[in-house]
Design a protein around this ligand. Structure first.
Ligand SMILES: NC(=O)c1ccc[n+]([C@@H]2O[C@H](COP(=O)([O-])OP(=O)(O)OC[C@H]3O[C@@H](n4cnc5c(N)ncnc54)[C@H](OP(=O)(O)O)[C@@H]3O)[C@@H](O)[C@H]2O)c1
Length: 231
């Protein structure tokens, strides 16, 4: 049975972002969604992946509002104030790798760990936004070392956790989702305005896919169109 077939309460992590804020707008206007909360770096409580202790602080602060049947984590970076994606091996450096791993893989992985008590144990879905460029099998162009590697690490964290949860909490479903190319702050330096879709269109598609998800799908890497992506 589809997890979101009944009225559900939702939490959007990274609700200050382009895709995160579009999800909040969409869910606020969705009659099946009985409540939506958003958290980000400047919300109360705040979540900042450069300070992992904030993840646990958020759990404590949100416990009263739960349980949630849907949690969507949209936090992620491709470029930062310090770094642009590497074009070649000579650009590879430990500082950039560490920063992107911290924000794109370690933070979301620890969020799954610490936010589990916020999820409805009788039926809930946690979707973490990944990226198709994190697929090892699909990598044909190379480059973007830190982003690709951090999303591949994120995918492994989601898959591995889903295997454990299938044994211990079988009604909690974890998905890695690719939003497609979206016109956003993240994609702007890479022709995002020209080649990216409006966030609301991508989020509408992703929410439609989420509505079809069942517990047996846990540990899948799925695109906004519903296509199963190779790891
Ligand atoms: N846009 C695309 O074409 C595309 C394609 C594939 C995958 N994705 C994925 O989709 C997700 C959303 O991207 P977007 O396009 O909406 O980008 P965006 O507009 O730049 O939003 C990124 C979000 O991540 C947050 N963030 C950045 N660093 C953080 C940190 N240290 N701690 C906590 N939050 C932090 C931002 O918070 P602030 O507002 O505080 O900066 C913002 O909420 C990302 O995971 C991205 O990898 C996007």
């Amino acid at each position: 049975m589809q997890i979101l077939s009944k009225p559900f309460r939702a939490l959007v992590i990274g609700s200050s972002g382009t895709i995160g804020s579009a999800f909040v707008d969409l869910l606020q206007n969705n009659p099946s969604c009985i409540g939506v909360a958003g958290i980000h770096r400047k919300s109360i409580p705040a979540i900042d992946y450069l300070d992992p202790s904030t993840i646990q602080t958020c759990t404590s602060a949100l416990t009263q509002q739960g349980p949630y049947q849907l949690i969507i984590n949209t936090i992620g970076v491709l470029h930062t104030d310090h770094w642009m994606p590497e074009k070649r091996l000579d650009d590879l450096n430990s500082e950039q790798l560490i920063e992107l791993m911290q924000i794109n893989a370690i933070g979301p992985g620890l969020t799954i760990r610490h936010f589990l008590p916020l999820l409805d144990p009788t039926g809930s879905l946690m979707v973490t936004l990944s990226a198709k460029v994190g697929s090892i099998e699909d990598n044909r162009l190379g480059g973007w070392y830190s982003y690709r590697s951090s999303k591949a690490a994120l995918n492994m964290l989601i898959k591995t956790t889903s295997i454990e949860l299938a044994r211990t909490k079988p009604n909690i479903t974890l998905i890695a989702m690719h939003p497609g190319t979206v016109n956003s702050r993240l994609s702007k330096p890479f022709k995002g305005q020209q080649i990216g879709r409006p966030a609301i269109d991508a989020c509408t598609d992703m929410l439609n896919v989420m509505k079809t998800i069942e517990p047996k799908d846990s540990g899948s890497f799925i695109s906004y169109s519903g296509e199963r992506l190779p790891w």
